[in-house]
Design a protein around this ligand. Structure first.
Ligand SMILES: Nc1ccn([C@@H]2O[C@H](COP(=O)(O)OP(=O)(O)OP(=O)(O)O)[C@@H](O)[C@H]2O)c(=O)n1
Ligand SMILES: C[C@](O)(CO)[C@H](O)COP(=O)(O)O
Length: 266
């Protein structure tokens, strides 16, 4: 198996290749990383928003539970905001696929990097999905499609069409009005072959501009630092909302109110 973006030094390339070929014979594992390292400043609660309850269960537990229930996922790694690891371990308790709860970093990309360090012994060919803990309503269809895409592709994203017209504004004035039919709003999970996301972050860390102006998510890192890698897009869902502002909690309660309704599949 080729490792296109993460070439070892020439002297060690052959032994590395033999190792990778040996590992490629193992079934390809898929790890879900639930990113819960943020504090939820825009929501404004006392504790990080992922610990808040909607419909009687924490947002974090719901996000973990979605991946635990997905047969395509072998293992879950939770990245939690510093100072709240015990609460995350409690939320993760019922879910057998969670193998570790680790501390997050100062930004989302720092938290991803910590997850990549925790996975450093894994072969480059394995699949990893990064998911916002703040998106508790990701569904099994989205997870299954992302994992399936990574059978062939190196990167996958989830997106929905924009129902609003989106404009670019600078200094209070519109400077661009892109055609709406090609615009999408990004959701998570965002998935990669491990070698691809490692390679993208290796290049990012060599760029002094990265710390000043980091992309907002992992697809952004791949898109900027490995521009030749196609990122396949899977259709998301309007229910896969990111709980960001107080109004999102009201919407989330509404979504959960259907869970126990007669005829509900949840
Ligand atoms: N240092 C960080 C920052 C964010 N995240 C995670 O990335 C996801 C998306 O981020 P966002 O919705 O912005 O969460 P917060 O950073 O917590 O929110 P805010 O920006 O309002 O503080 C969340 O699940 C969040 O926990 C993370 O793992 N580590
Ligand atoms: C990853 C993401 O949820 C895709 O929409 C988004 O980029 C996260 O942005 P945030 O500002 O960290 O919420």
């Amino acid at each position: 198996m080729e490792i296109p973006h993460r070439l070892p030094p020439l002297a060690t390339r052959d032994p590395q290749r033999r190792t990778v070929e040996f590992r490629a014979m193992r079934p390809m594992r898929t790890t879900a990383v639930v990113l819960a390292g943020g504090t939820g400043r825009r929501l404004g609660l006392e504790a990080p928003k992922q610990l808040a309850s909607v419909g009687g269960r924490s947002i974090l537990a719901r996000a973990i539970g979605a991946f635990d229930a997905a047969p395509q996922i072998d293992e879950i790694l939770v990245v939690m905001a510093p100072g709240h690891l015990a609460a995350a371990e409690l939320a993760a308790g019922p879910y057998a696929k969670v193998t570790a709860v680790i501390e997050g970093g100062a930004s989302r990309t720092d938290s991803t990097r910590r997850a990549l360090s925790a996975l450093e012994a894994r072969p480059d060919g394995e699949r990893v999905l990064f998911h916002d803990a703040a998106r508790p309503f990701v569904d099994g269809r989205i997870i299954a499609e992302c994992v399936a895409v990574l059978g062939d592709a190196e990167a996958v994203a989830v997106a929905v069409p924009s129902s609003d017209t989106v404009v670019v504004v600078e200094d209070g004035r519109i400077v661009e009005m892109p055609r709406r039919d090609s615009l999408r709003r990004f959701q998570t999970p965002q998935g990669f072959r491990l070698g691809t996301i490692r390679g993208a972050y290796e290049r990012a860390l060599a760029d002094p501009e990265f710390t000043r102006n980091a992309p907002t998510d992992d697809c952004g890192v791949v898109h900027r630092y490995l521009p030749g890698v196609p990122i396949v897009v899977v259709e998301g869902s309007e229910q896969n909302i990111k709980i960001t502002h107080p109004v999102d909690l009201i919407v989330a309660e509404q979504i959960t109110s259907r869970e126990n309704a007669p005829g509900s599949a949840d």
